[in-house]
Design a protein around this ligand. Structure first.
Ligand code: FRU
Length: 892
């Protein structure tokens, strides 16, 4: 942006017409040359005031100072100060008494005085005395005009400057001074005033005193305008005036030159001339013309300004319009692009939506199908369950007949009982499944009737007493009231209570305690079944009523349906069943019934006569399942000592006992009902083979296998895993766990036996290698690195100690780091001979080698292979090789 200059203008006095003209000229010029602002100060003829005003302007940081000093001397220092500060100074009209200024604008006052003097002398041809009315003493025009005037007039003889007065540039002062010199006035022929206003004062006094009318009065300035110099010449008030231009216009042009660093001249003298009646008309004409032109210029100027403003406005509007247009085009482009993109996105979205919709429909269809398939499967399952009941009944009835027969019972009693118990178990599961499906389909109706709840619960709990006593479980029923009539469906509530008690008995260990009680009073009737069994974790509690959820607890496992069914049955009663349990402490189930019959609809209240047989049937179903056949103890069996032993790890007592009974005819049997027990038994007994279930409470059969196979005390033992999980992946997983064989349930016993025999036979090959002679051909058959390492270690220790007569089995077990029994069993299992036999055999083998290959005496050899005496050595050697050592050596 172009810089705007600040020009300070200090005027000595602003009230007279001449100086008003000067200011007007300046303003006009400024309006033609924009880019500067004028600060104007009027000192009103007071030099002190003017000094102060200049100071103020300097403080305001003006770019240029213009000054017309009131008096030369007093104003000199402040002007010099400004100049020294670097502010350009233009002196106008009056001067200071110093040369320190930038430029001067004004007419040459000496010339003006001289022109006046010469005009008086030559043109007026005046003679006689002259009165000079001077300006302000000390102001430069006064001094210079006075000097010029004196010089101009001195050449004319007969004319002299008789009197000089100071009018201070003012009319009134001039008049006052003239009145003081009336005698001189009377004889004077010419009055020269330093300006027109003082000259007009002189005319006034002449007229007033009615003095010599022919007296010539000459002034300075010759200003145009009303009452000014030109007019006064025209109407004869003044005889002549020396033109003194104000220089306002020139001062401003000069200021712009200086500020814009254009070349300029320091002294700018304005031209002058004398105006009298001969040229005043022309001058006036000129002035009027100039005035008119000036007015025109001003008008043009203001028009131009208006146009400028209009142009500026239009420019702004145009700019805004262009910007708006560009923006509109850009935005339009963007909008179009967005529209195209939007269309694309919408198209994609629509396609995606369509795809999602069709996928959703497919999913719905699939889930419908899946639902239908599940439903069909469950229906099939339910139907087939119904079908199972007839064959089961047909198994159970003849079976019960067979069990009545003493002869058969002796021959096959245990097998028959096993069948009997499991057939009942199957029946119970099937019944539960059917009932659950009935509820699910809303086909189960409740038939609530008033019954004595105390008697009802007592009967059920009594039917468990027999089983409880067998395990020394303290089962007690307690109630405060001897009779409590409540509304319930006996054929449904019995299943709930049977199920709870059956569970309690299953989970409560030997010597445990079960409490059945009835409580009421808080608006509910509570039947509580509490045991001190293993209890449940919070997670188990939260899931216990989910169907098919099974709590794994010790050796007992539920079907996962009983509690879920019980819950549904209780909801049919508008009641509930809840559970509280603490892990390790016990569990309490509470069946909640509402008293009275208000909660049952008329349809639900329907007395169905309680069939005592039904209760008996239920009792049989729920309690037969609990019959645990006595553990068939190995010692109970009159079994001869077996060569090989088998460890059975199985948590199902029936299956464990069944396998034990079957396998004990050929093997010594150890049993365990958890993996932990199984591992302990394996270390303790070092069996020849292990048969283990995969799903066991706590540690699994697979983990047991991994642990035993990576321990070199037991790594040689073949392991057969049994499981109900029969998928190929699971079988592979089983084999990967280092098991030697993997059989799925239900398995065929003969197949299991064949596997057992096969694996035990496999051990023979291993033995063959280690008990064969050193250097015998054939690669070791031992595939298990741990077993190979064991045998190598073992053989190495023996080899090292062949010469040690006092070498014992204890030393070997200590060096290898296993117990004597484990060592014995392991060597027996792997090499099928005793450790002593093995050592003896190695000694004799080495002896035979030494006899043939080294030239040693018999005594020496006896010593080197660790025999106490040569005699004993000979006896043993002969027993093995049929010849004495010396005979053997000779034969070689
Ligand atoms: C105006 C004036 C003029 C004169 C000039 C001298 O103030 O008196 O009449 O010519 O000043 O500075």
């Amino acid at each position: 942006m172009k810089q705007e200059y600040v020009i300070g203008f200090s005027q000595c006095i602003g009230s007279d017409l001449w100086r008003k003209n000067m200011l007007e000229e300046m303003r006009m010029e400024l309006s033609l040359q924009p880019g500067a602002r004028l600060i104007y100060k009027d000192a009103d003829g007071n030099s002190k005031t003017q000094i102060e005003q200049v100071k103020q302007m300097l403080e305001q940081h003006i770019d240029l100072l213009m000054i017309s000093p009131n008096e030369a001397q007093p104003l000199t220092p402040i002007v010099e100060e400004a100049y020294k500060k670097g502010i350009p100074v233009i002196i106008i009209d009056r001067k200071t008494s110093s040369e320190l200024y930038t430029a001067y604008v004004g007419a040459d006052n000496y010339q003006i005085g001289k022109m006046a003097g010469e005009y008086i002398g030559s043109t007026l041809k005046a003679r006689g005395q002259v009165i000079e009315i001077m300006g302000l003493p000390g102001s430069s025009p006064t001094i210079e005009r006075q000097r010029g005037f004196a010089d101009g007039i001195k050449n004319f003889k007969g004319i002299e400057i008789r009197t000089q007065v100071y009018g201070d540039w003012l009319k009134v002062n001039a008049e006052a001074e003239l009145l003081k010199i009336q005698p001189q006035l009377k004889i004077a022929s010419v009055i020269f005033a330093h300006n027109d206003v003082m000259a007009s004062g002189a005319r006034k006094i002449i007229n007033q005193l009615q003095l010599n009318q022919a007296i010539k009065i000459i002034g300075v300035d010759a200003l145009p305008g009303k009452g000014a110099g030109l007019e006064m010449i025209g109407n004869g008030i003044l005889d002549a005036s020396v033109l003194y231009p104000t220089g306002g216009k020139e001062a401003i042009s000069l200021a712009f030159k200086i500020l814009s660093k254009a070349p300029f001249s320091k002294e700018n003298n304005l031209g002058s001339l004398v105006i009298d009646h001969t040229n005043v008309a022309l001058m006036k004409l000129q002035w009027d013309k100039i005035r008119n032109q000036q007015t025109d210029i001003e008008r043009q100027q203001s028009l131009l300004n208006e146009q400028k403003i209009l142009f500026k406005d239009q420019q702004t509007i145009l700019n805004i319009t262009i910007i708006t247009l560009v923006l509109a085009v850009v935005l339009g482009g963007l909008a179009f692009y967005a529209l195209v993109e939007n269309r694309k996105i919408n198209k994609n979205l629509a396609a995606n939506n369509q795809e999602i919709l069709s996928q959703r429909n497919q999913l719905i269809e699939m889930s419908e199908k899946a639902k239908f398939a599940t439903e069909a499967k469950l229906n099939f399952f339910t139907n087939i369950s119904h079908e199972f009941r007839t064959p089961l009944t047909l198994i159970l009835s003849p079976l019960e007949d067979l069990l009545q027969n003493e002869k058969i019972k002796t021959a096959a009693g245990s097998n028959l009982k096993l069948i009997h118990k499991n057939a009942f178990r199957l029946l119970r599961l099937i019944n539960q499944l059917i009932e659950y499906r009935k509820i699910e389909h809303g086909k189960m109706n409740i038939h609530a009737s008033p019954n004595n709840l105390v008697e009802f619960i007592k009967d059920i709990s009594d039917s468990f007493q027999h089983n409880a006593r067998k395990n020394n479980i303290d089962l007690r029923f307690s109630t405060v009231q001897p009779e409590l009539v409540a509304w319930f469906d006996p054929n449904k509530l019995d299943k709930v209570i049977f199920n709870l008690l059956s569970n309690a008995l299953k989970f409560t260990g030997v010597n445990g305690m079960i409490r059945v009680s009835i409580k009421n009073g808080d608006g509910w009737i509570h039947i509580e079944v509490e045991d001190n069994g293993p209890g449940m974790s919070d997670d188990e509690i939260s899931r216990i009523f989910e169907h098919f959820y099974q709590v794994e607890n010790g050796s007992a496992k539920g079907s996962g349906l009983g509690l879920s069914l019980s819950k549904e049955l209780m909801l049919l009663h508008h009641g509930d069943i809840t559970v509280e349990s603490i892990k390790g402490k016990g569990t309490k189930f509470t069946v909640n019934l509402l008293p009275g019959d208000g909660h049952f609809s008329e349809e639900e209240k329907n007395q169905i006569l309680r069939d005592k047989d039904e209760l008996y049937e239920q009792a049989k179903i729920y309690t037969t399942d609990l019959d645990e056949p006595q553990e068939t103890n190995g010692s109970d069996l009159v079994s001869p000592l077996r060569e090989q032993s088998v460890l059975i790890v199985e948590d199902n007592t029936d299956l464990r006992n069944y396998l034990k009974r079957k396998l004990s005819t050929q093997y010594e049997i150890f049993t365990a009902n958890s993996a932990e027990e199984g591992i302990n038994a394996a270390y303790q007994e070092v069996p020849d083979l292990i048969i283990s279930d995969v799903v066991l409470p706590g540690m699994s059969g697979r983990e047991l296998t991994e642990k035993l196979k990576s321990d070199f005390r037991t790594s040689h033992i073949p392991i057969i895993l049994l499981t109900a999980q029969g998928s190929i992946e699971q079988q592979i997983h089983g084999i990967e766990s280092m098991a030697d064989a993997y059989l799925t349930k239900p398995f065929n016993y003969d197949y299991l036996l064949a596997n057992t025999k096969n694996l035990l036979k496999g051990r023979e090959l291993l033995r063959a290698h280690y008990i064969s002679d050193i250097g015998s051909s054939g690669k070791p058959q031992v595939s298990k690195s741990l077993d190979r390492k064991f045998l190598n270690d073992f053989a190495g220790i023996v080899e090292e100690n062949l010469g040690n007569e006092d070498f014992t089995v204890d030393e070997i077990s200590k060096t290898i780091g296993i117990s004597r029994v484990q060592l014995y069993r392991k060597v027996k299992a792997l090499l099928d001979c005793s450790i002593t036999d093995y050592i003896l055999n190695r000694r004799l083998k080495k002896a035979s080698y030494l006899l043939i290959n080294e030239n040693c005496t018999i005594a020496e050899i006896t010593y080197r292979v660790g025999f106490a005496s040569p005699n004993y050595f000979s006896t043993v050697f002969k027993a093995k090789y049929g010849v004495t050592p010396s005979e053997y050596k000779k034969q070689a």
